[in-house]
Design a protein around this ligand. Structure first.
Ligand SMILES: Cc1ncc(COP(=O)(O)O)c(C=O)c1O
Length: 375
């Protein structure tokens, strides 16, 4: 079955009781069970599991070709639960352009969890091979990365990780399962902030881990979710499930618009760099062509004139809303250095764009006027 069809039909069974085509939303926090709790076969308590979250998990596992999926309250909760279940004393190799909150999480919590980490340029498998040491237990890749759109070959990292029994985790939030299937390329786990493209409407928070295999390790991560209470809410699960049904056409449209916008911006004299894997000159273009179906709806640009010039352009845009997050139907722009705060490695003249579902000619015209009036 092709992805577009799968996204519509995965875990879309008709409700047996009512015949409802749209899935029921079960908000109950508690479920009736036998007096003797050892006899429970169904649901017990929403934090442990609930029917709407289960349906979402079934769909997520199908979309990424995984054996099991766990839905979480946020993408960060998903990542944290996984990292907390790595063996103490282990080292995590993290992409040097990892989403900044995961870098902060490492700084703040890895010492308490008995983990160490090292930042590596994941777009260079030779650098990753050289960084692997006897304590390495996990390679944490993100592709394309936030915010510099660095592209990593999942197949190349898998060739390094598998023989050494190192867990390969791929944060594929920017790519979505519509464009990249890390498990098929050899990853152990895929992470999504489902808040982004899977939800698709900037109105639901969520995260997910999709596992290539179910194991004692994935069960331990489930236990962590239960005990730490990082369960996805039924309503958020329902909204994300609804978003999944239109994921394929949204991402396809957004990829085409992002490509057109990137091509316009790369030729503009007030733009000194465009980071978009769909451009032939992007260092990850070849990998993205091999491993992704399209190049995605995210790009970042560096503006001539530094920080102030970039802020002026962001302020002059009118269709692109200055707001954080990404992957919704609306176009967003964000000055990443100022949101990431002190110590941010992001260039101060960089603006990150999430291309929405507007017509790309209107989006290009918006950039044309903003670059002209901020100049
Ligand atoms: C690449 C990436 N991974 C993970 C996350 C964290 O997701 P959430 O905000 O849902 O916790 C984000 C959020 O922006 C992200 O961009």
């Amino acid at each position: 079955m092709r992805f577009e069809t799968l996204a519509v039909h995965a875990a879309a069974d008709i409700d047996r009781e009512t015949g409802a085509v749209a899935p029921p939303l079960h908000l109950s926090t508690t479920f009736e069970h036998p007096a003797d709790s050892t006899q429970i076969t169904g649901y017990l308590y929403q934090r442990y599991a609930n029917p709407t979250q289960d349906r979402l998990e079934e769909a997520l596992a199908a979309l990424d070709g995984g054996a099991a999926a766990l839905a979480f309250a946020t993408g960060m909760a998903a990542g944290a639960a996984l990292l907390q279940n790595l063996p103490q004393g282990g080292e995590v190799l993290m992409a040097d352009d990892t989403y900044f909150a995961f870098r902060k999480l490492a700084e703040r919590f890895f010492p308490r969890w008995g983990l160490t980490w090292r930042l590596v340029d994941m777009s260079d498998p030779v650098a990753v091979a050289a960084a692997i040491g006897p304590e390495t237990v996990c390679i944490w890749a993100e592709t394309p990365s936030n915010p510099r759109l660095k592209v990593t070959s999942v197949a190349a990292l898998s060739a390094l990780a598998r023989p050494r029994a190192i867990k390969l985790v791929v944060d594929a939030t920017f790519a979505t399962p519509a464009l990249l299937n890390p498990i098929a390329l050899g990853a152990d786990v895929v992470l999504h902030s489902t808040t982004k493209y899977l939800g698709g409407h900037s109105d639901a928070m969520g995260g997910a881990l999709i596992f290539g295999e179910r194991s004692a390790w994935s069960d331990a991560i489930l236990e962590t979710r239960k005990l730490q209470g990082a369960t996805a809410s039924p309503f958020a699960s329902w909204l994300i499930l609804r978003g999944i049904r239109t994921l394929a056409p949204r991402v396809s449209w957004q990829s085409k618009s992002a490509q057109a916008l990137a091509e316009f911006l790369v030729a503009h004299p007030r733009v000194c760099a465009v980071h978009y894997p769909g451009l032939a000159e992007h260092p990850g273009h070849g990998i993205a062509q091999r491993e992704m179906r399209q190049f995605g709806g995210m790009l970042s640009v560096e503006i001539v004139g530094g920080r102030e010039a970039a802020l002026n352009v962001a302020n002059a845009l009118s269709l692109f809303i200055n707001a954080t997050s990404l992957g919704g139907y609306e176009s967003l722009v964000e000055h990443r250095e100022s949101v990431e705060g002190r110590g941010s490695p992001t260039p101060a003249n960089l603006l990150r764009l999430s291309v929405g579902l507007e017509h790309c000619e209107d989006l290009i015209a918006d950039w044309q006027q903003a670059l002209a009036c901020a100049g």
